[in-house]
Design a protein around this ligand. Structure first.
Ligand code: 13P
Length: 252
């Protein structure tokens, strides 16, 4: 089993370029590039190239985008394609974040196309999914998560899954300060791994990294990362402060 441990910061729509480079400087100063944790900064589009240069040559540091177009190229004003992302030096892209699903009404067809274009352009997609509060209250969380996984990932092969990372982000925990308990996180991550095994076989399931996201912070990261099926975190608010982000990196 060779699962990569990952701590990724999703900055969302925060920071100016100067603030962003200062944050990355602080993180670089206070972490060891040779530890085994893969650290990814999911920055806004305009910072991708600068931050890529800033971390260039640093082992186990990468840059990712928060979205990409489902179109290859052409007359789509304001959109950013996968090939453009790759040309900035970035290596990862978030696909299907709940904020994109909710506010931009992204569909399973769009998400499938985004993942395909990311893979075609040598970008690793981090595919996000998770249930809403009402769905959990109605005990539909496993059903919803299985559906979100199957409706998109069934278009891909076990070989392609080697380059895909999963992120379970229960919507009720995002930006709310309410975190899934370690038991809730483990239970769902295990379920996700079992679903991947069902779709693609045990080897693929054992090797895919599954991140937890949703009010993960310097206080709770350690107990979440101690869960056997939690391979790291996708961090929102707490990734905006170097101190907190570094503490999370050292929470394995
Ligand atoms: P918070 O950590 O702010 O809850 O955000 C989680 C998230 O959406 C990461 O993608």
């Amino acid at each position: 089993m060779s699962r990569t441990k990952i701590v990724a910061g999703n900055w969302k729509m925060n920071k100016t370029l100067n603030e962003a480079t200062a944050l990355v400087n602080e993180v670089l100063k206070n972490t060891n590039e040779f530890d085994e944790v893969q650290k990814i900064f999911f920055t806004p589009f305009p910072f991708l190239n600068d931050i890529s240069k800033q971390i260039s040559g640093k082992k186990n540091f990468s840059v990712g985008a928060q979205n990409c177009s489902e179109q290859v190229s052409g007359a789509f004003t304001g959109e950013v394609s996968a090939v453009m992302l790759k040309s900035t030096g970035c290596n990862y892209v978030l696909v299907g974040h709940s904020e994109r699903r909710e506010y931009f009404k992204e569909t399973k067809e769009q998400l499938t196309s985004k993942i395909k274009l990311a893979l075609d352009n040598d970008l690793k997609p981090v595919f996000c999914f998770g249930e809403k509060l009402a769905e959990r209250k109605n005990k539909l969380h496993f059903e919803i998560v299985a559906q979100q996984l199957k409706e998109v990932l069934s278009s891909f092969s076990a070989v392609q899954l080697k380059n895909i990372i999963l992120a379970y982000e229960p919507v009720w925990a995002i930006g709310t300060g309410e975190t899934a308990s370690p038991a809730q996180a483990q239970e769902m991550h295990r379920f996700v791994r079992d679903t991947i095994a069902e779709l693609f076989g045990t080897e693929t399931a054992l090797n895919i990294s599954i991140l937890y996201g949703g009010s993960c912070n310097a206080q709770n990261a350690q107990e979440l990362f101690a869960c056997p099926d939690v391979d790291g975190g996708l961090i929102g608010g707490a990734s905006l402060k170097a101190d907190d982000f570094c503490k999370i990196i050292y929470s394995f």
